[in-house]
Design a protein. Structure first.
Length: 223
Protein backbone atom coordinates (compact mmCIF):
# COMPACT_ATOMS: atom_id res chain seq x y z
CA UNK A 1 0.00 0.00 0.00
CA UNK A 2 2.80 2.39 0.95
CA UNK A 3 4.63 1.48 -2.29
CA UNK A 4 1.45 2.23 -4.28
CA UNK A 5 0.90 5.60 -2.65
CA UNK A 6 4.52 6.57 -3.13
CA UNK A 7 4.37 5.80 -6.85
CA UNK A 8 1.06 7.66 -7.15
CA UNK A 9 2.60 10.71 -5.49
CA UNK A 10 5.54 10.66 -7.89
CA UNK A 11 3.19 10.46 -10.88
CA UNK A 12 1.15 13.40 -9.59
CA UNK A 13 4.30 15.49 -9.11
CA UNK A 14 5.41 14.71 -12.64
CA UNK A 15 2.03 15.73 -14.04
CA UNK A 16 2.10 19.03 -12.13
CA UNK A 17 5.63 19.68 -13.39
CA UNK A 18 4.62 19.01 -17.02
CA UNK A 19 1.57 21.29 -16.80
CA UNK A 20 3.67 24.03 -15.19
CA UNK A 21 6.30 23.82 -17.93
CA UNK A 22 3.68 23.94 -20.69
CA UNK A 23 2.09 27.02 -19.10
CA UNK A 24 5.45 28.75 -18.74
CA UNK A 25 6.24 28.14 -22.41
CA UNK A 26 3.02 29.64 -23.70
CA UNK A 27 3.39 32.63 -26.01
CA UNK A 28 3.12 36.02 -24.35
CA UNK A 29 0.11 36.57 -26.58
CA UNK A 30 -1.81 33.96 -24.54
CA UNK A 31 -2.20 36.43 -21.70
CA UNK A 32 -4.43 35.10 -18.94
CA UNK A 33 -6.94 37.02 -16.89
CA UNK A 34 -5.78 37.52 -13.33
CA UNK A 35 -8.15 37.00 -10.42
CA UNK A 36 -9.65 40.18 -9.01
CA UNK A 37 -11.42 43.22 -10.39
CA UNK A 38 -10.67 44.97 -13.70
CA UNK A 39 -7.73 46.85 -12.18
CA UNK A 40 -5.66 43.69 -12.02
CA UNK A 41 -6.61 42.19 -15.37
CA UNK A 42 -4.60 41.91 -18.59
CA UNK A 43 -5.77 42.60 -22.11
CA UNK A 44 -5.18 40.37 -25.11
CA UNK A 45 -2.39 41.57 -27.39
CA UNK A 46 -3.95 42.72 -30.71
CA UNK A 47 -3.83 40.10 -33.45
CA UNK A 48 -2.39 42.61 -35.93
CA UNK A 49 0.85 43.15 -34.02
CA UNK A 50 3.82 41.84 -35.99
CA UNK A 51 4.76 38.17 -35.68
CA UNK A 52 8.44 38.85 -35.12
CA UNK A 53 11.50 36.60 -34.83
CA UNK A 54 12.69 39.24 -32.33
CA UNK A 55 15.76 40.14 -34.36
CA UNK A 56 15.74 43.89 -33.76
CA UNK A 57 17.93 44.91 -36.69
CA UNK A 58 15.84 42.81 -39.07
CA UNK A 59 12.61 44.29 -37.68
CA UNK A 60 13.96 47.81 -38.24
CA UNK A 61 15.04 46.98 -41.79
CA UNK A 62 11.68 45.43 -42.68
CA UNK A 63 9.79 48.42 -41.25
CA UNK A 64 11.93 50.94 -43.16
CA UNK A 65 11.59 48.96 -46.39
CA UNK A 66 7.82 49.27 -46.01
CA UNK A 67 8.22 53.02 -45.26
CA UNK A 68 7.17 52.46 -41.67
CA UNK A 69 8.78 52.86 -38.24
CA UNK A 70 9.32 50.12 -35.67
CA UNK A 71 7.29 50.37 -32.45
CA UNK A 72 8.37 48.28 -29.46
CA UNK A 73 5.54 47.85 -26.97
CA UNK A 74 6.78 46.80 -23.50
CA UNK A 75 4.13 45.34 -21.19
CA UNK A 76 3.54 42.82 -18.43
CA UNK A 77 0.66 40.67 -17.24
CA UNK A 78 -1.74 42.21 -14.74
CA UNK A 79 -0.74 45.77 -15.69
CA UNK A 80 -3.88 47.98 -15.62
CA UNK A 81 -2.27 50.72 -17.69
CA UNK A 82 -1.23 48.20 -20.34
CA UNK A 83 -4.84 47.05 -20.43
CA UNK A 84 -6.02 50.65 -20.83
CA UNK A 85 -3.50 51.28 -23.61
CA UNK A 86 -4.69 48.21 -25.52
CA UNK A 87 -8.41 48.84 -25.03
CA UNK A 88 -8.51 52.63 -25.34
CA UNK A 89 -5.65 53.38 -27.77
CA UNK A 90 -4.66 50.39 -29.87
CA UNK A 91 -8.31 49.32 -30.21
CA UNK A 92 -9.54 52.72 -31.38
CA UNK A 93 -10.41 52.15 -35.09
CA UNK A 94 -8.85 55.37 -36.40
CA UNK A 95 -5.69 54.94 -34.33
CA UNK A 96 -5.42 51.27 -35.26
CA UNK A 97 -5.59 52.08 -38.99
CA UNK A 98 -3.00 54.84 -38.62
CA UNK A 99 -0.60 52.58 -36.70
CA UNK A 100 -0.94 49.72 -39.17
CA UNK A 101 -0.16 52.11 -42.02
CA UNK A 102 2.84 53.77 -40.40
CA UNK A 103 4.33 51.35 -37.84
CA UNK A 104 5.34 47.74 -37.32
CA UNK A 105 4.45 46.89 -33.71
CA UNK A 106 6.40 44.26 -31.75
CA UNK A 107 5.37 43.37 -28.21
CA UNK A 108 7.91 42.68 -25.47
CA UNK A 109 6.91 41.12 -22.14
CA UNK A 110 9.30 42.65 -19.57
CA UNK A 111 9.09 39.43 -17.53
CA UNK A 112 9.21 37.14 -20.54
CA UNK A 113 11.82 34.58 -21.54
CA UNK A 114 11.78 34.72 -25.34
CA UNK A 115 15.16 35.24 -26.99
CA UNK A 116 15.89 38.61 -28.60
CA UNK A 117 18.78 39.16 -31.01
CA UNK A 118 20.42 42.56 -30.65
CA UNK A 119 21.98 44.45 -33.59
CA UNK A 120 25.47 43.46 -32.36
CA UNK A 121 24.53 39.77 -32.45
CA UNK A 122 24.14 39.29 -28.71
CA UNK A 123 21.13 37.23 -27.62
CA UNK A 124 19.23 38.13 -24.45
CA UNK A 125 15.81 37.29 -23.07
CA UNK A 126 12.93 39.75 -22.82
CA UNK A 127 13.63 40.52 -19.17
CA UNK A 128 17.29 41.36 -19.84
CA UNK A 129 16.38 43.36 -22.94
CA UNK A 130 13.90 45.44 -20.93
CA UNK A 131 16.60 46.22 -18.37
CA UNK A 132 19.03 47.08 -21.17
CA UNK A 133 16.52 49.59 -22.59
CA UNK A 134 15.97 51.02 -19.09
CA UNK A 135 12.27 50.18 -19.02
CA UNK A 136 10.93 51.39 -15.66
CA UNK A 137 7.20 51.56 -16.39
CA UNK A 138 4.61 49.53 -18.21
CA UNK A 139 3.50 50.18 -20.72
CA UNK A 140 6.51 51.79 -22.37
CA UNK A 141 6.63 52.38 -26.11
CA UNK A 142 9.86 52.93 -28.05
CA UNK A 143 9.71 54.08 -31.66
CA UNK A 144 12.77 53.32 -33.77
CA UNK A 145 14.11 54.34 -37.16
CA UNK A 146 17.48 53.62 -38.79
CA UNK A 147 19.25 55.12 -35.76
CA UNK A 148 18.27 51.95 -33.91
CA UNK A 149 18.16 51.25 -30.19
CA UNK A 150 20.74 53.86 -29.24
CA UNK A 151 18.61 56.80 -30.38
CA UNK A 152 14.86 56.06 -30.24
CA UNK A 153 12.72 58.64 -32.01
CA UNK A 154 10.26 58.59 -29.14
CA UNK A 155 9.82 57.04 -25.71
CA UNK A 156 6.35 56.97 -24.21
CA UNK A 157 6.42 56.01 -20.54
CA UNK A 158 3.12 54.86 -19.09
CA UNK A 159 -0.43 55.26 -20.29
CA UNK A 160 -1.31 58.30 -22.40
CA UNK A 161 -4.89 59.43 -23.05
CA UNK A 162 -6.00 58.81 -26.61
CA UNK A 163 -5.70 62.42 -27.94
CA UNK A 164 -2.14 62.71 -26.59
CA UNK A 165 -1.27 59.22 -27.86
CA UNK A 166 -2.60 60.10 -31.31
CA UNK A 167 -0.75 63.40 -31.51
CA UNK A 168 2.51 61.80 -30.42
CA UNK A 169 2.20 59.26 -33.22
CA UNK A 170 1.38 61.99 -35.72
CA UNK A 171 4.41 64.05 -34.76
CA UNK A 172 6.92 61.19 -34.62
CA UNK A 173 5.73 59.79 -37.96
CA UNK A 174 6.04 63.22 -39.60
CA UNK A 175 2.37 63.15 -40.58
CA UNK A 176 1.47 66.15 -38.38
CA UNK A 177 2.49 68.55 -41.14
CA UNK A 178 0.06 66.89 -43.52
CA UNK A 179 -2.87 67.99 -41.35
CA UNK A 180 -1.56 71.45 -40.54
CA UNK A 181 0.13 70.89 -37.17
CA UNK A 182 2.99 73.32 -37.85
CA UNK A 183 4.20 76.36 -35.93
CA UNK A 184 3.92 78.46 -39.09
CA UNK A 185 0.26 77.63 -39.66
CA UNK A 186 -0.68 77.93 -35.97
CA UNK A 187 0.79 81.30 -34.88
CA UNK A 188 -1.69 82.06 -32.09
CA UNK A 189 -0.42 80.37 -28.95
CA UNK A 190 -2.21 79.97 -25.64
CA UNK A 191 -1.54 82.93 -23.34
CA UNK A 192 -1.22 82.72 -19.56
CA UNK A 193 -0.82 85.50 -17.00
CA UNK A 194 2.57 84.17 -15.95
CA UNK A 195 3.98 84.22 -19.51
CA UNK A 196 6.31 87.15 -20.18
CA UNK A 197 5.67 89.46 -23.12
CA UNK A 198 9.40 90.04 -23.40
CA UNK A 199 10.97 87.72 -26.00
CA UNK A 200 14.47 89.22 -25.81
CA UNK A 201 16.26 86.55 -23.78
CA UNK A 202 19.41 88.67 -23.46
CA UNK A 203 17.58 91.01 -21.07
CA UNK A 204 17.05 88.22 -18.52
CA UNK A 205 20.72 87.85 -17.58
CA UNK A 206 21.41 87.99 -13.85
CA UNK A 207 17.77 87.38 -12.94
CA UNK A 208 15.85 84.20 -12.17
CA UNK A 209 16.37 81.06 -14.30
CA UNK A 210 14.41 81.19 -17.56
CA UNK A 211 11.75 78.59 -18.36
CA UNK A 212 10.95 78.44 -22.08
CA UNK A 213 7.62 76.82 -22.94
CA UNK A 214 7.25 75.82 -26.59
CA UNK A 215 3.71 75.02 -27.68
CA UNK A 216 1.29 75.11 -30.55
CA UNK A 217 -2.38 75.93 -30.73
CA UNK A 218 -4.93 73.20 -30.04
CA UNK A 219 -2.22 70.76 -28.99
CA UNK A 220 -3.53 68.08 -26.64
CA UNK A 221 -0.03 67.59 -25.26
CA UNK A 222 0.42 71.30 -24.48
CA UNK A 223 -3.01 71.55 -22.89
Amino acid sequence: MFYYLTNLSIIMLLLVSIVTNITAQQSTKDIKWIDGDDFGKSAQIPYWFKESFLEIELDIEEALEAERLLMLYFHQEGCPYCKATIEKNFSDPTTKDFIQENFDVVEINIRGSRSITLPNGDIVDERAFSKLMKIQYTPTILILDDSGLNEPLERMNGFRPLPIFQETLLVVSGKDEEIGFTLESEPNLVKENYFSENYNLSTFTGQKPIAIFIEKKDSAICQ
